[in-house]
Ligand binder design. Structure first.
Ligand SMILES: NC(=O)C1=CN([C@@H]2O[C@H](COP(=O)(O)OP(=O)(O)OC[C@H]3O[C@@H](n4cnc5c(N)ncnc54)[C@H](OP(=O)(O)O)[C@@H]3O)[C@@H](O)[C@H]2O)C=CC1
Ligand SMILES: CC(=O)N[C@@H](CCC(=O)OP(=O)(O)O)C(=O)O
Length: 309
């Protein structure tokens, strides 16, 4: 079986990464439009309605507009933008989020690809909320660092053109980043986490950290309990893996250039402090890798076809 796929925004950072992952696959036929017509309404409308699956790699407003341009109920959509991640009629495209999430994605017409930061946060926190280690109203915080490709073409130009005179830049200091609602909703929390992102002078890669006092847990759980719950949640998964080996450092480069995500529980049982850490690539499992994984699941292909793990 061959599935026809149109990438709207194919010349952008995420779009190009998806094209690379789909190149040379015999089970995917790319629907393309001439690069000079990539913003042409009529050309896009035709491609959006021709393809079996469209992958939107656009800013939020353009993604909403693209969905409105689909005039049939056959074309399936994977939206990489933030536009539909908490929309009730969309399926959240983090296949490992719930035991039946991949099945839901398989039968969905509209799939919202997760944000890069929420991917790390949710993979760490959702199993702990589901298993009752963390109460829904636990007041969490999350610190995270992304490579500068996370800001798309504009941020790449800023860092590579010399304008961003920094090696490390915390941002979203008003604590109202657009990913907070997505994190809260899909973790099953009732209290929004304090989310404090930063961008580093490296092209790609991401570290997401959730510090926890063990006294914050619903009862007297240990570091080992946290590890056991996370290890069990991802047992048998190929893209998300729990690292059992002890670590004293992690690097933003650890999973950069791949589509996998690694989860860790570290800390100090004696002082009652834990740190949950996810490493991933903002453009891999954080964007293009997840989009291709969702496409594979929707089309009934091997979920990891075309991915680098
Ligand atoms: N970069 C990342 O790590 C991640 C990105 N995302 C999301 O993916 C989406 C794409 O981001 P990213 O690839 O980084 O962004 P880029 O800025 O690199 O690319 C955006 C693309 O959208 C195209 N575009 C913009 N407006 C329109 C329009 N009105 N009509 C048609 N095409 C348009 C641009 O065209 P042109 O080439 O002409 O400029 C460009 O090719 C965003 O919603 C982003 O939030 C999600 C997770 C991670
Ligand atoms: C470094 C950087 O600027 N990153 C982007 C997030 C990239 C991403 O995940 O895009 P979505 O918003 O579509 O999820 C930001 O914080 O806005």
């Amino acid at each position: 079986m061959t599935v026809s796929v149109f990438i709207d925004g194919a010349a952008g950072t995420t779009g190009l990464e998806i094209r690379e992952r789909l190149a040379g696959r015999g089970d995917v036929a790319l629907v393309t439009i001439d690069e000079v017509r990539r913003r042409d309404h009529a050309a896009r409308a035709e491609a959006l309605n021709d393809a079996d699956v469209v992958i939107l790699c656009l800013p939020d407003d353009a993604a909403r507009e693209a969905v409105a341009m689909i005039a049939n109920d056959r074309t399936r959509v994977i939206d990489a933008s933030t536009a539909h991640r908490v929309a009730p009629d969309w399926t959240y495209g983090l296949a490992e989020l719930e035991p039946d999430q991949a099945d839901r994605i398989a039968s969905a017409r509209l799939v919202a690809n997760p944000g890069c930061y929420p991917t790390g946060f949710l993979a760490l926190v959702r199993p702990l909320v589901r298993a009752g280690l963390l109460a829904a109203d636990a007041p969490l915080s999350v610190n995270a660092t992304s490579g500068y490709s996370g800001g798309g073409k504009a941020m790449i130009a800023e860092f590579e053109g010399g304008e961003a005179a920094t090696a490390f830049r915390p941002y979203a200091l008003a604590l109202a980043h657009k990913h907070v609602g997505e994190m809260t909703r899909h973790a099953g929390l009732t209290v929004a986490p304090i989310f404090q992102p930063a961008v580093a002078r490296t092209y790609r890669g991401m570290v997401v950290q959730v510090p926890l006092h063990l006294s914050q847990l619903a009862r007297s759980f240990t570091l080992n309990d946290l590890s056991e719950v996370l290890a069990a949640a991802y047992d048998g998964e190929r893209v998300v893996r729990f690292a059992h080996e002890a670590a004293t450092v992690v690097k933003i480069e650890d999973d950069a250039g791949t589509d996998r995500m690694t989860l860790r529980v570290v800390g100090n049982q004696a002082s009652g402090q834990a740190l949950l850490i996810a490493t991933l690539d903002n453009l891999g499992k954080g964007a293009a890798g997840a989009a291709v994984q969702n496409l594979n699941i929707m089309a009934g292909f091997d979920p990891v076809a075309g991915l680098t793990l």
